[in-house]
Design a protein around this ligand. Structure first.
Ligand code: ZN
Length: 270
């Protein structure tokens, strides 16, 4: 063990990000916890982390006023520093999503991709995927419990007798007019509902406010993009942290923002 007991005792039992440094200039691991000291102790006790802990010479701590701040900071730092012992976060260059095309009242899912998807800004997108293939796999996966027609979903050919799934009784038969297309499409919408990609619900940026006593941090968010954190303890002002839509940031923010579980303030937008 390379961390001395004194250092351990000095770690705060508070929320924030901790960074393990080894000999080199880059951190070897970055994590976040609501109780930094206990979490670091848990790393020391974990048998499968003994190699990492043996290399750790110094623990750097950045406390935050709340959990969102810790999650945003951790995610940013891991992407910037790419520490050896963090699971590699693959930068996804081209996110794909599913969009429902309405043709003559019939809904057909299409895989859409590319920079001008308007991710986080337009409604009617479902799921975020790293490839066309994984988007199609998700559709296949959903088709089964909802008894959807792979033919109508554009994943298989439909013959004169309907799709192959009809013979296997996995498809309820919208392809052979055994049920109406609208019944089929209603189940499709139901199946996709949990994957809905929320459009940014405000006209401009907001500040999510986290507070501990008189310590205040405001995380500025616009179109799901993390702009920066203003901190009452620091003279650093928000910088343009993220220039485009980021999947991890969206995942951190979507629940608290859609459920309104954190106090926030609207900002005048230009
Ligand atoms: Zn079918």
């Amino acid at each position: 063990m390379s961390i001395d007991p004194e250092t351990l005792q000095g770690l705060p039992k508070r929320i924030g990000v901790y960074i393990f440094h080894g000999q080199g200039s880059l951190p070897i691991y970055i994590g976040k916890s609501v109780d930094i000291r206990s979490r670091v102790l848990a790393h020391l006790r974990a048998e499968n982390e003994s190699e990492m802990m043996a290399q750790t010479q110094r623990v750097e701590v950045i406390e935050t006023a709340g959990e969102i701040g810790a999650l945003l900071l951790e995610s940013q730092l891991i992407k910037q520093k790419n520490p050896l012992y963090n699971i590699r976060l693959r930068r996804i260059r081209n996110l794909c999503s599913l969009q429902l095309k309405n043709e003559n009242g019939f809904l057909t899912p299409e895989v859409v991709t590319g920079k001008d998807l308007g991710l986080g800004q337009v409604e009617g997108l479902y799921g975020l995927f790293s490839s066309v293939h994984s988007a199609q796999n998700k559709l296949r996966e959903l088709a089964d419990p909802y008894r959807l027609c792979l033919g109508l979903l554009g994943l298989e050919k439909i013959s004169a007798r309907g799709c192959f799934g009809l013979q296997l009784k996995t498809c309820l038969g919208a392809c052979a007019r055994l049920e109406s297309r609208s019944e089929h499409d209603a189940r499709l919408l139901e199946a996709l509902d949990a994957l809905k990609v929320h459009a940014w619900p405000y006209a401009g940026p907001i500040d999510l406010v986290e507070q501990q006593g008189d310590w205040v941090q405001r995380h500025r968010i616009q179109n799901w993009r993390y702009v920066g954190t203003w901190c009452s303890k620091s003279t650093d002002y928000p910088v343009n942290v993220q220039k485009s839509f980021d999947l991890d940031t969206y995942k951190i923010l979507v629940k608290p923002i859609m459920m309104g579980s954190l106090p926030f303030e609207f900002l005048p937008h230009s």
